[in-house]
Design a binder for this molecule. Sequence first.
Ligand code: ZN
Length: 81
Amino acid sequence: MARIDLTDGFSIHDYRSRMKLLTDTGETRTLENRKDLRCPACDQAFDRLFVTERQTESFETPPDRPFCLARTAEKLLVLTH
Ligand SMILES: [Zn+2]
């Protein structure tokens, strides 16, 4: 089980075979974890990953489950468990 590594930033292409793309607006993407990738923040398997390159992002409703945040120089990642 691999952990998402943010050492050199984050590229979906590095993990594309392990995640299913659910939505893609160009600036934001939501992916489903299919092969037990581990969260870069807490090291546990996560359910979904939201990635944005935008400077700000708003959510109308909070996740109804535990979530973690991670960031690189260009991207913000929200991982739900
Ligand atoms: Zn986590």
